[in-house]
Design a protein. Structure first.
Length: 445
């Protein structure tokens, strides 16, 4: 079964032009001609129709339903209690964050059904496989991390037919997700029930998802990891999703400060050129006797080192639409010197927006070192290092220098993490007096 909002028939496209309601057209056609879906209770498509980019069907969480009538090809059992492999492939953009939002299911009344994929109040995804009734007998797999909201995601559920929770896998944008298994009652395989297949609701009467669907596919096989990744890559551009793991990419580093009326109390960091939503901004802020720093709303403090009265800070933020529209970001503080102040801002793209910084370490002293602990970070992470001194530190072997400021003798450099879980000690040579160093491990996609 294959539903694609970009391949609706001509009549449906015409019905979804601006200002036209949806009631006059109630069918979403299956590209495999197996079983088309019936739409009900859609109120308007004024701004969210099939012809928008990307093509999508948008529904609310009140009562909109997308229902495919029961069909034998949507039941994955031999009819005698033995499960068969299958996969569910969904491109979706979830816009609400309520508890118990169903993505897809094959369910009937009173919780009788075969399988359901749903999100809890923390947007963690659960896959339930059911023996006749969800309330009494099921096996489950629940992801450890959340599914992002208000962005397009490609969710793939695969099952190997083993009748165990371990046989269930969930992929987000081409990458398998960690999670845990559980069970309720005794699971003896899925039964072939008369429940319908629902897109965006539990059973057509509750737990409605608000958001959009671009593509929904059902396979009668368990897709392997390579197939999941390849299929994701083929549609990544359409939905502005990155499927292949990508290392953070350096965009710009700049000495970016605007003069303010009183430099003893604040410093404005200019917005860097080319900044985009979801970029990681890293600010290095330093000044003599610079205390009581208050960053703009949403910025995260990571580290502080003090050298002979010079205070050196690291702050980060994932850029949002407000940051992109802004001209500068103002940090306030208390200081008694306007001469020895310095700041720069570095931007990285393709970072894990949920947890961009996994490690922060700092140190100081003549010829000091900075240590990073890779932990379980992927090989797609990079290291971001900073130093400040009264003589220029040499660039560490393997690093790329991104910025050097001769006035305050600062340098910014980075490198790819060599291996997953790697650890190391970095020493910047050519340092004749005190200096501070910072190392941040930035997680890629």
């Amino acid at each position: 079964m294959h539903f694609d909002a970009a391949k609706a028939n001509v009549n449906m496209n015409a019905a979804y032009t601006a200002g036209t309601g949806c009631a006059s057209n109630t069918t979403w056609y299956d590209q495999k001609s197996l079983q088309s879906a019936t739409l009900a209770n859609f109120d308007t498509c004024t701004t969210t129709g099939w012809l928008n980019t990307p093509n999508r069907l948008t529904k609310d969480s009140t009562n909109d339903t997308i229902t495919v009538s029961d069909h034998a090809n949507l039941s994955f059992t031999n009819g005698s209690g033995a499960d068969r492999p299958f996969s569910l492939d969904v491109w979706t953009n979830v816009t609400d964050a309520a508890a118990n939002i169903a993505i897809v299911s094959k369910m009937g009344a009173a919780n009788a059904g075969e399988y359901v994929v749903w999100l809890d109040s923390s947007e963690r995804l659960t896959v339930d496989l059911i023996t006749t009734n969800w309330s009494s007998n099921r096996i489950s797999f629940t992801t450890t991390s959340s599914i992002p909201t208000a962005v397009w995601s490609r969710i793939v559920v695969t099952y190997d037919g083993s009748e165990t929770g371990a046989g269930i896998k969930v992929y987000l944008n081409g990458t398998v997700m960690a999670g845990s298994t559980s069970s309720t009652g005794t699971y003896t395989g899925m039964a072939n029930t008369t429940g319908n297949f629902h897109i965006g609701s539990w059973d057509g009467t509750q737990f409605y998802m608000a958001g959009s669907f671009g593509i929904v596919k059902v396979y009668k096989v368990e897709l392997n990891a390579s197939e999941v990744r390849r299929n994701c890559d083929s549609l990544a551009t359409r939905f502005s999703v990155i499927c292949t793991p990508t290392a953070p990419s350096h965009i710009i580093t700049a000495n970016a400060t605007t003069a303010v009326p009183d430099a003893l109390v604040s410093r404005r960091i200019n917005k860097p050129a080319g900044l985009a939503v979801n970029d990681l901004m890293v600010v290095f802020l330093s000044g003599l006797n610079m205390t009581a720093v208050t960053p703009p709303v949403g910025w995260t403090y990571h580290a502080l080192e003090i050298i002979s009265g010079s205070y050196c800070y690291i702050y980060t933020k994932i850029a949002d639409a407000g940051d992109v529209a802004a001209s500068y970001y103002e940090f306030t503080f208390t200081s008694n010197d306007t001469f020895y102040q310095f700041s720069n801002i570095t931007v990285y793209r393709y970072v894990d927006t949920a947890a961009p910084i996994t490690v922060t370490t700092s140190n100081q002293g003549t010829g000091t070192t900075a240590t990073y602990l890779g932990g379980t970070a992927s090989t797609n992470s990079i290291i971001y290092a900073l130093g400040t001194s009264y003589s220029r530190p040499s660039v560490i072997t393997g690093f790329t220098e991104r910025e050097y400021n001769a006035f305050w003798e600062t340098t910014t450099m980075d490198k790819p993490q060599p291996t997953a879980g790697a650890t190391g000690i970095f020493t910047a040579g050519g340092v004749s007096t005190e200096w501070a160093s910072f190392v941040l491990l930035i997680k890629g996609l």
